[in-house]
Design a protein around this ligand. Structure first.
Ligand code: NCD
Length: 301
């Protein structure tokens, strides 16, 4: 449901398993360790990567999926409730993955489902598996998760991957975070309270060009047209463009990440920069992490 229920040891176990999944995919494409297991993906919101990587993860481990990519075409269109949907799909699947526009919906489904539930994004709440794959990517590229400076750019108020990633990184020592955004889409109050409660060093008033020079990671997000008034969107959409000029003073060892989909905030001219991971490693790691998660949840002990 939330990254908050994970200990550092859980995360490291997940990462070790993901390393094994990468080797497995690269050498044999997959195995049959989850044969006869069934995953149901209940998506009430659009998704490309999260949906496809969960389905692919299950198939590469020999399992199958009930790919409900548009729940508005299910009995939900006739008015079926989340508790009933939980019972229905739990009768056919061993694990449920839900994406839903309402914060707390994943928890509600889980309360009524006799099988495990994975939160693949609930409203303005969390998106834990995105945080897992993001942190996994950072660890592989930088060689560590402690003592890093991560610069978040763009939109945080309506951006659940940031809520989850912040909580995950807070498990590691000497993390520094900078948040650069328009005030209208600054960090959620709850996330700010969380950071303070953990004693994390963070700032919200730095100039982008100053912090980019010091960053180990720049984590770019999409201004969300769905959530802000049209005039605000027009004003903020190009406020912090990440283009070749913006990244020219970034350190050589640093990495550039984006959970995608990206719009104009991240120029396609950055794609060929060796530090850009969003169209390559970040995507692949999403598959390995979700394979690892399914294996740890459903595999033989
Ligand atoms: C994000 C989401 O749905 O929270 N997408 C994703 O899973 N990578 C971000 C977004 O919607 O822009």
């Amino acid at each position: 449901m939330s990254v908050e229920s994970f200990l550092k040891t859980d995360i490291l176990q997940l990462f070790e398993t993901a390393d094994r999944m990468q080797k497995l995919v690269q050498t044999r494409g997959g195995d049959d360790s989850l044969k006869h297991k069934v995953l149901a993906t209940l998506f009430y919101e659009p998704s490309s990567r999260t949906f496809a990587s969960f389905v692919s993860a299950m198939q590469r481990l020999g399992g199958t999926s009930i790919p409900m990519q548009d729940m508005t075409h299910s009995s939900v269109a006739k008015g079926e409730s989340l508790p009933d949907t939980a019972q229905v799909f739990s009768s056919y699947a061993d694990v449920l993955v839900i994406r839903h526009p309402d914060t707390g919906s994943a928890r509600e489904l889980a309360q009524h489902a006799p099988v495990p539930v994975i939160n693949a994004g609930d409203g303005l709440g969390e998106h834990p598996t995105q945080a897992f794959l993001d942190a996994y990517t950072m660890k592989k590229e930088l060689g560590r998760l402690d003592n890093i400076h991560i610069v978040f750019v763009g939109e945080f108020a309506h951006y659940r991957p940031v809520n989850s990633l912040v909580k995950l990184l807070a498990l590691f020592p000497r993390i520094r975070m900078s948040f650069v955004s328009a005030p209208e889409v600054a960090l959620q109050a709850e996330t700010r309270v969380f950071l303070r409660s953990k004693g994390i060093v963070f700032n919200e008033d730095s100039k982008l060009e100053d912090v980019l020079q010091e960053a180990d990671v720049v984590y770019i997000t999409r201004p969300k047209r769905e959530f802000v008034p049209a005039d605000v969107y027009e004003r903020i959409k190009g406020l912090y463009p990440i283009n070749p000029e913006a990244i020219q003073n970034m350190q050589r060892h640093s990495v550039i990440m984006h959970p995608l989909p990206r719009l104009a905030e991240l120029s396609v001219e950055v794609d060929s920069d060796p530090r850009a991971l969003y169209l390559s490693k970040q995507l692949k790691n999403g598959l390995y992490i979700r394979m690892a998660l399914l294996k740890l949840m459903l595999g033989r002990k």
